[in-house]
Design a protein around this ligand. Structure first.
Ligand code: GLN
Length: 393
């Protein structure tokens, strides 16, 4: 047989760094502060609702658009938190996590050659899916140490071929939460240049004291041109359930659904009633989770500072970033690959999320969505390790 080659549409797309680093953590027994997943599950009552659904026959295909109970719960969620009104039959679709939402949105909307303005560092699936869709990414770079959006860079990124802005707030990996003013600037450009905004807001509830998440769809003139993606994974600590949703105008949701029907066709039946129960019956869980995460952010960032890895406290998400320039490594990838052996800890290099090779070369991301004892163990390992480049590296 002739050698099999991966299709050209995946050229240059490496295995996702999250799987690589989690596998490294398992292999070396390191404390995994890499891939962002909590080590405590969400509400037991919600798990019980999933078990009940499994046992009461919710085991065949759900409608592709999602079961009515969940779509209605999503409508109530958007109304309760943001005052957004949606039609559950045409303006909401359930997805297999936000990752499928991103894939289906891009495959359903982007034509080959369309330019898409994206915040860099990118969540890695954006790059892969844009390439598979034939879209062309036009980065707007969030630079250390403050990771703010440069509005001139945003305007300069838009050309006559630009059709979309792919936004992410609260932002993974930097922890930046875009302000109302920054969003208003994006909205102004979007309206002026007739762009659709696809916005990944999976960390919508995970913001910390002094910062507020503003959904793009709530800005004047934006509801009609914004496709919003979110999920239960982050808000309810069920990242493995892969239940997400897309909301927005019927044409945008419909385009996403046109692609989704050929990807997964439909999302997991027994988890949908459980997520509906989470949204309706545990509306305060995400805020309590955010308060708990804020304490963990502070613990991690204070500990990192003590070991010379100054973590800039993020405004939201699961993640803090450190600049390792002073340690002398050629790049963050080399540092992160060596860290399990050096210190017994895993972190994620932020480098692969940038096109600009310099902007992310020395940045690493830590996840603090872990039990306090786990964060403390990681910090004590880091404190006892020699982290400087050298010694045969
Ligand atoms: N969203 C998670 C993170 O950023 C990872 C999800 C994944 O592994 N695809 O760590």
């Amino acid at each position: 047989m002739a050698p099999v080659r991966t299709a050209a549409r995946l050229d240059g797309i490496p295995p996702t760094i999250f799987s690589t680093m989690s596998a490294l953590a398992v292999r070396t027994g390191a404390v995994n502060l890499g891939q962002g997943f909590p080590d405590v599950d969400g509400p037991p009552e919600v798990i019980a609702a999933a078990v009940a659904a499994l046992e009461s026959g919710a085991n065949q295909y759900a409608p592709g658009i999602g079961i009515p109970a969940l779509r209605n719960a999503i409508v109530r969620h958007q109304r309760r938190h943001y005052g957004i009104e949606l039609d559950p039959d045409t303006e909401v679709v359930v997805t297999t996590g936000c990752t499928e939402g991103i894939a289906a949105a891009l495959l359903g909307l982007v034509n080959p050659g369309d330019e898409v303005v994206v915040l860099e560092p990118y969540y890695d699936s954006y790059v892969a899916m844009l390439q598979m869709a034939g879209g062309v990414r036009r980065p707007v770079t969030l630079r250390a140490p403050d990771f703010r959006m440069d509005l001139d860079e945003l305007r300069a990124a838009v050309t006559d071929r630009t059709r979309f802005v792919l936004l992410n707030t609260p932002h993974n990996p930097t922890g930046t939460v875009l302000t109302r003013e920054e969003l208003a600037a994006v909205a102004e450009v979007a309206v002026e240049r007739d762009l659709v905004v696809i916005t990944d807001e999976v960390y919508e509830h995970l913001t910390f004291t002094g910062y507020e998440h503003v959904p793009m769809a709530t800005l004047p003139g934006m509801a009609e041109r914004t496709l919003t993606l979110s999920s239960a994974g982050k808000s309810y600590s069920f990242t493995g359930w892969k239940v997400g949703w897309a909301t927005g105008p019927a044409e945008l949701v419909g385009a996403l659904l046109s692609a989704k029907q050929w990807l997964t066709f439909t999302s997991g039946s027994p988890l949908q009633p459980a997520v509906a129960a989470a949204l309706d019956e545990h509306p305060d869980f995400p805020a309590a989770l955010a308060a708990e995460l804020e304490g963990k952010r502070d613990l991690l960032c204070a500990g990192l500072e003590k070991v010379g890895l100054q973590g800039r406290p993020p405004a939201g998400t699961y993640f803090a970033t450190s600049d390792i320039t002073h340690l002398g490594w050629p790049d963050a990838m080399a540092f992160c690959l060596a860290l399990p052996e050096r210190a017994g800890v895993v972190a994620i290099p932020t480098q692969p999320f940038y096109d600009d090779p310099d902007a992310g070369r020395q940045l690493i991301r830590w996840a603090f969505c872990k039990q306090t004892s786990v964060i403390e163990e990681a910090l004590s390992r880091l404190a006892g390790a020699d982290l400087a480049y050298g010694d045969g590296q």
